[in-house]
Design a binder for this molecule. Sequence first.
Ligand SMILES: [Zn+2]
Length: 343
Amino acid sequence: MKKLLPTSTAGSLPKPSWLAQPETLWSPWKLQNGELIEGKQDALSLALYDQLRAGIDIVSDGEQTRQHFVTTFIEHLSGVDFEKRETVRIRNRYDASVPTVVSAVERQKPVFVEDAKFLRQLTKQPIKWALPGPMTMIDTLYDNHYKSREKLAWEFAKILNQEAKELEAAGVDIIQFDEPAFNVFFDEVNDWGIAALERAIEGLKCETAVHICYGYGIKANTDWKKTLGSEWRQYEETFPKLQASNIDIISLECHNSHVPLELLELIRGKKVMVGAIDVATNTIETPEEVASTLRNALQFVDADKLYPSTNCGMAPLSRRVANGKLNALSAGADIIRRELATK
Ligand SMILES: [Zn+2]
């Protein structure tokens, strides 16, 4: 991007109420068959329009065609039995009934490639596409086949690489992998998590990003955050290896969080998507609040590598609040662009 401080979102945007129950994760679809396909495309167009109207530079599909950022991808693979469920602890935080890996996992056909082509023909803006990361995928499944988290992650990395290559061919400019699990399983991240991520991006020519956050503003996450103390230093555990990795962009939670921003010094040289919008509150940030977070981040991120963004996805928010936050993000980035221009 030639424009300084190009804005983007971490991923999801709220779905219209005619498509799915608003302000709910895993919300069931309200349409069926052909109407559902058309409805998802209409919602994608609307999500794009909302981003363009707010002046967001790097746009996405707002994840309008997915029920959930991990599950929907896995549903498209063979080897996972969604009828056979076991209760597991997700990210050491909450119990959930999850599907079981019963045989070798495989991607028989593309998952999001048609959706990406649809988005591509609607806009000339750079587009970013989010996929779940390998470690976050294995953490939402019960594995009765590989019986090794590392092996299963490696298989998913190979599958993600196939999908990513087709997304790149469809014209996606940035492919992002969502890895909230990187903030939890530090030993595994350093042992094989980052290696698996690098396997997922192998051979890609487009830019690649990893999104590591403290999650949606749902109760299990806000309760977990309360246990983390006054300084959140989780990023410190994984930044040194990420700094040395082939990933181009690191997308992080920064606004209203207890992450000490000086940790960003550990990834100096990487492009950083700085979360300047809190997705766990309905309060819409003022442009000056966004600008203040970006100004602080500029101490540790070079201006040409700073990408203002949101802390995480905005799917659980109302459309009114999400649109307000998109406007604030744009206006806040504009304040800093003007400041940099007069320096
Ligand atoms: Zn997130």
